[in-house]
Design a protein around this ligand. Structure first.
Ligand code: COI
Length: 356
């Protein structure tokens, strides 16, 4: 890897760490952060690591008004031998640049960002938790900083990486979650920004999420924006169904996020010769499979959510209880293997791990 000039300013005021056996998701932040700026004509410049601190922006900054911003999510794990491992971080950097392209944000040097991330984690290494089911969640994000109220791409940007020691994303942990199929709102349409990790996709999903939450569901399952017929994703995860011995996941269509955990699960299933297909799948087909007793399992995949079994789907007034509301064999196998590779307790035949 190239040698990059990344300046470091260490904090004089280290924070107290939370108890690693009681971590929630995304509420604690480490002592430092990575920062880099973009100025038109100059490109990305001044990569640096500084103490974690609030940021000051002009109230007219484009990000506040028109949401020109993108983000990523990945994790670092502490092994039993006190090594720190990242999982396919190159894939996150690539996807962040794909999101940049979609949002008219200038692309950055992925190697530089990865070097900055590794340096940041090395500095804050004591924040990588060592309790089973925990990790250091990494949130790279980029936003438009130019003060301008016209609708246009900004001439200036800031790139930050912050770190957060986390436990499970869902309060259910590895236990099955209940998901409501969304019938009123849509998340994305083909040609929109659904396959970019940009704030607006998430802001637009809140309304449905609030309604689902009040009804006792963890999240909503989005259908396609045109016909409200085909399964897309669950906002914080991609989805897989096992029907009649075959694992099916919606094919990427431009409005579904290209999950790195999704891709890894498909590669794992192929490696084990478990039949897996990517294709359009309608909610009617899921319902039919349920009625015929061949909907064997369902699970979601995501960086934050890891592998999350789906124990119940709510659809048009019906509760579809899947696998008696219990974690299925494939969900368990995939969870064990993936987390084993990530945390260094299992072989990594794919070369997915990257040492910090
Ligand atoms: C992740 O899995 O890292 C995500 O980005 C989902 C998130 C919105 C919590």
């Amino acid at each position: 890897m190239k040698d990059f000039d990344i300046k470091v300013e260490l904090t004089k005021d280290k924070k107290e760490k939370p108890a690693f056996d009681q971590l929630s998701f995304g509420t604690n932040f480490t002592d430092h952060m990575f920062v880099m700026d973009y100025t038109k004509g100059q490109g990305w410049h001044d990569p640096r690591i500084i103490p974690y601190q609030p940021i000051t922006l002009d109230p007219a900054a484009i990000v506040f008004h028109y949401g020109q911003t993108v983000f990523e999510g990945l994790k670092a794990y502490r092994t039993k031998d006190e090594e720190i491992l990242l999982f396919r971080p190159d894939q996150n950097m690539k996807r962040l640049n794909r999101s940049n392209e979609r949002l008219c944000i200038p692309v950055f040097d992925e190697e530089l960002a990865l070097a900055g991330l590794k340096k940041l984690i090395s500095i804050d290494k004591d924040w990588v938790p060592n309790v089973e089911g925990t990790s250091l969640y990494i949130r790279p994000f980029i936003f438009a900083t130019e003060p301008y109220l016209g609708v246009a791409a900004s001439d200036t940007y800031r790139f930050l990486i912050i770190l957060s020691p986390v436990g499970a994303y869902y309060k259910e942990g590895i236990n099955p979650v209940k998901i409501a199929v969304e019938q009123e709102y849509v998340r994305a349409v083909t040609g929109g920004t659904g396959n970019a990790k940009t704030a607006g996709n998430y802001a637009g999903s809140l309304k449905a999420q609030v309604v689902a939450d009040a009804a006792g569901y963890s999240q909503v399952l989005w259908l396609d924006g045109k016909e409200k017929k085909y399964i897309e994703e669950v906002g914080s995860m991609n989805v897989f169904f096992k029907i009649n011995g075959e694992v099916i996941t919606p094919v990427l269509n431009g409005s579904i996020l290209e999950g790195i955990t999704r891709k890894s699960v498909i590669e794992l299933l192929n490696h084990w010769d478990i039949p897996v297909v990517e294709r359009k799948i309608s909610i009617d087909e899921i319902f039919r499979a349920y009625q015929e007793g061949v909907l064997e399992e369902a699970f979601g995949t995501g960086t934050a959510a890891v592998i999350s079994p789906i124990g119940e789907l709510f659809w048009q007034g019906e509760k579809l209880v899947i696998n008696n509301g219990e974690t299925g064999a494939i969900s368990k196998k995939v969870y064990d293997s993936l987390t084993g590779i990530q945390t260094g307790t299992k072989e990594d035949p794919f070369g997915w791990r990257v040492k910090v």
